[in-house]
Design a protein around this ligand. Structure first.
Ligand SMILES: NC(=O)c1ccc[n+]([C@@H]2O[C@H](COP(=O)([O-])OP(=O)(O)OC[C@H]3O[C@@H](n4cnc5c(N)ncnc54)[C@H](OP(=O)(O)O)[C@@H]3O)[C@@H](O)[C@H]2O)c1
Length: 323
C-alpha cells in the first residue's frame, strides 16, 4: 500500500478483513454525489475507499486522502509497497475533461502507476446529447469538450485494457452532507425571494436525478467492476445516460420544489409572450437566452436510476434538497 494513503483505518481493516477488497479511488468527492457515494459505501467491508482531490472531503475525515490536482498527473503517487497490488476501481465525479487528460498523461508517462486499476466509471454529462444542436458558442464548446474527453478516456482505457463506463447524468439535484447542488437550489432560492415567478404555460420534460441516486448507480457499477470474474458477467455499457425515476414538466418540477421548500407562486404565461419578453437576453447573453428557450424542450428519456438499481421508482423530489 502506498504509505501516503495509509491510515489507522487501513491497519484495522488489514487485521479484520477476510473478504477480497477492492480499492475505490474517488475523484470529485467534494460534490453532493461524491459525498453520497462515500456515505453509501463506508460500511461495505469489501471496498476500501480513498479520496483523491485538491482538498479533503469535509464530512468524511476518516477516509484516506491522496492530494491530487488532475492537472498535475505526474504528481500521482506510485502504488508501491504493501497493498499496492490491491485491485482498484476509479470513480469520478470531477469534470471528465480534467480526468481524461490526467489518465492519458499518467498512462503515457508512468503506466505502472495504473497497474492495479481494473476499471473506470467517470461522469460526463447528458449535455453532450441535449446541447449538441446548440447555437451559442459556449454550449457548442462544452459539447466538444465533453465529447473529446469521452473519446480520450475511451482510448486510454482500451489501450490499458481497462473497462470504462461513461455516465451521462442529467440535472443532478439535492444535498449530501454539507454539499448541495447549484442548479435547482438556485431556482428554489429565486422562488423564495419572488412573490411570483413567470414561466411558460407549456414547458418541456425533465428527469431530475438526486445525487444519492447517481451515487448508487455509480457504486453498483463499481461493484460489478470489482466482481471476482467480471468477464463472466453481462458486459457493462460503455456509455449510460442516466436520469431520475420521475419524468415531469419543468413547470411541475418547479411546483413540487415550491411545495417542498416554499416560495412564491408560479405565473404561467402564454409561451410566445414569455419568450418574447425574454428576447432581449439574446443580445446580452445568448447562452442564457438559449437556456430560457430550453424550458420548452423535452430533456428526458434517459435510463431511470431505479431500472439500474432494481428498486421501486422514487418520485421527485428525493430529500434532502440543497438550501
Ligand atoms: N450538476 C449537474 O447538474 C450535472 C449534470 C450533468 C453532469 N454533471 C457531472 O456530474 C459530476 C458532478 O457534478 P457537480 O456539479 O456536482 O460537480 P462539478 O462542479 O462538475 O465537479 C467538481 C468536482 O471536481 C473536482 N475537481 C475539479 N477540478 C479538479 C482538479 N483539477 N483536480 C482534482 N479535482 C478536481 C472538484 O474538487 P475540488 O474540491 O478540488 O474543487 C469537485 O469535487 C461532474 O462530472 C459533472 O460534469 C453535473
Amino acid at each position: 500500500m502506498n504509505p501516503a494513503i495509509r491510515t489507522p483505518r487501513d491497519e484495522h481493516r488489514q487485521m479484520n478483513t477476510t473478504a477480497a477488497t477492492t480499492r475505490i479511488v474517488l475523484f470529485g468527492a467534494t460534490t453532493p454525489s461524491g459525498d453520497a457515494l462515500l456515505q453509501q459505501s463506508l460500511n461495505d467491508p469489501s471496498l476500501e475507499l480513498v479520496v483523491a482531490g485538491r482538498r479533503p472531503q469535509l464530512n468524511r475525515p476518516g477516509v484516506p486522502f491522496v492530494p491530487c490536482d488532475l492537472r498535475q498527473p505526474l504528481q500521482w503517487p506510485d502504488p508501491k509497497g504493501e497493498g499496492g497490488e490491491t485491485p482498484q476501481v476509479w470513480l469520478s465525479f470531477a469534470p471528465i475533461w480534467e480526468l481524461a487528460p490526467f489518465l492519458a498523461a499518467l498512462a503515457a508517462a508512468r503506466p505502472a502507476a495504473l497497474a492495479a486499476v481494473r476499471g473506470v466509471v467517470a461522469c460526463s454529462s447528458s449535455s453532450v446529447i441535449t446541447k449538441r444542436f446548440a447555437t451559442n458558442s459556449f454550449d457548442q464548446a462544452l459539447v466538444r469538450r465533453l465529447r473529446e474527453a469521452e473519446e480520450l478516456l475511451e482510448r486510454s482505457c482500451s489501450a490499458l485494457g481497462l473497462t470504462n463506463v461513461v455516465l451521462a447524468p442529467t440535472l443532478i439535484y439535492g444535498a449530501s452532507g454539507s454539499y448541495g447542488d447549484r442548479n435547482l437550489s438556485r431556482l428554489s432560492r429565486l422562488m423564495q425571494r419572488l412573490p411570483l415567478l413567470p414561466v411558460p404555460a407549456l414547458t418541456g420534460l425533465r428527469q431530475p436525478l438526486h445525487c444519492s441516486q447517481l451515487a448508487a448507480v455509480t457504486l453498483s457499477l463499481a461493484r460489478r467492476l470489482a466482481a471476482p470474474s467480471p468477464s463472466l458477467q453481462p458486459p457493462l455499457p460503455r456509455q449510460l445516460a442516466v436520469g431520475g425515476d420521475d419524468t415531469l414538466s419543468y413547470g411541475a418540477m418547479l411546483e413540487r420544489l415550491r411545495h417542498t421548500n416554499g416560495g412564491g407562486a408560479l405565473l404561467p404565461l402564454p409561451p410566445r409572450l414569455f419568450y418574447a419578453l425574454a428576447a432581449p437576453l439574446l443580445m446580452l447573453n445568448p447562452k442564457q437566452f438559449e437556456a430560457v428557450l430550453r424550458m420548452g424542450a423535452d430533456l428526458a428519456g434517459f435510463t431511470p436510476a431505479h431500472q439500474l438499481l432494481g428498486g421501486e421508482p422514487q418520485p421527485f423530489p428525493l430529500l434532502p434538497l440543497a438550501r
